[in-house]
Design a protein around this ligand. Structure first.
Ligand code: ADP
Ligand code: MG
Length: 268
């Protein structure tokens, strides 16, 4: 039997009392050791859901369970050892080296006045190895390319040794080679038994890597389950509000956005 890492039940959330719900009756299960993609158009509630999973936003109603226990019963410190976030954007305030930046991931294990010890440094080093950026250890973070910076954020989250890694739009600003590199790192983390949850607005990023997909639109889940069964032409066209075609290529869905066909129709 597969173990459930995260269980979400009937979660609703709104940012302000008069705002429409950003999450509206969301339920989902994330299997331990798998890659789950939260997929949907801009504004569908993906980042909001990620922040609810992290306990950074409190749902109006509903529950989140983490490894069988309600999220609220884990202390903040426990939760940060279970869940590591790779945010969509992060400002690095100082001229930290990549190694020092990864070392920040050890914070949940250190007391207020502790400095990181040899074990913490070893952990930061293996996080850089796992993210494939050991060669960049001494480089100042501000000098990194977008793809390298993304992997540095992955390394920092990994130094936290979380059981679940949550990534918000990890591929959205990357070129093809860096998308491949980042997804390759996530695949090797899964092979090591890590649980991965990522948000993406790009169906092909989800199709390339996810075992399971949670399809969202306007704060609701409109499909969930194994990637191949959730991602079909009708459902994705309805989700994105444009005609898309899903083909099977080498056993995985490939999504074609007929953007040029649409332009031609309008021009006619
Ligand atoms: P996604 O990550 O799928 O693009 P979000 O979770 O960021 O979507 O947003 C879901 C909805 O909540 C959107 O309608 C968005 O405008 C709204 N929203 C997001 N953040 C805030 C905020 N801080 N205050 C008010 N509304 C917000
Ligand atoms: Mg988002």
């Amino acid at each position: 039997m597969t173990k459930t890492a995260i269980a979400v039940r009937d979660v609703a959330f709104r940012y302000g009392p008069t705002d429409p719900p950003a999450l509206d009756g969301v339920s989902a299960d994330v299997c331990a050791g798998s890659i789950t993609a939260i997929l949907g158009p801009n504004g569908s509630g993906k980042s909001t859901l990620l922040h609810v999973l992290l306990g950074l936003l409190a749902p109006e109603c509903g529950e989140v369970h983490l490894f069988g226990r309600p999220l609220g019963e884990h202390s903040r410190r426990e939760a940060s050892r279970l869940l590591g976030l790779v945010p969509q954007v992060e400002h690095v305030p100082f001229d930290l080296s990549v190694f020092e930046y990864a070392l920040l991931g050890r914070a949940p294990y250190l007391g207020l006045l502790d400095t990181p010890g040899p074990a913490d440094r070893a952990c930061a080093q293996s996080a850089l190895d796992a993210a494939g950026i050991a060669a960049l250890a001494r480089r100042p973070v501000p000098t990194l390319s977008g793809g390298e910076r993304q992997l540095a954020m992955v390394a920092r989250a990994l130094a936290q040794e979380p059981r679940v890694l949550l990534l918000d739009e990890p591929t959205s600003h990357l070129d093809l080679a860096n998308v491949r590199r980042t997804l390759g790192v996530l695949q090797s983390l899964r092979a090591d038994g890590r649980t991965i949850v990522l948000t993406t607005h790009d169906p092909n990023a989800a199709a390339a890597i996810a075992d399971d997909v949670l399809l969202m639109r306007q704060g609701r889940v409109i499909g969930s389950g194994p990637t191949g069964s959730v991602m079909n032409s009708e459902r994705l066209s309805a989700t994105y509000g444009v005609p898309v075609e899903v083909m099977a290529v080498r056993g995985r869905p490939l999504v074609l956005n007929h953007v040029l066909d649409g332009a031609a129709d309008q021009g006619a």
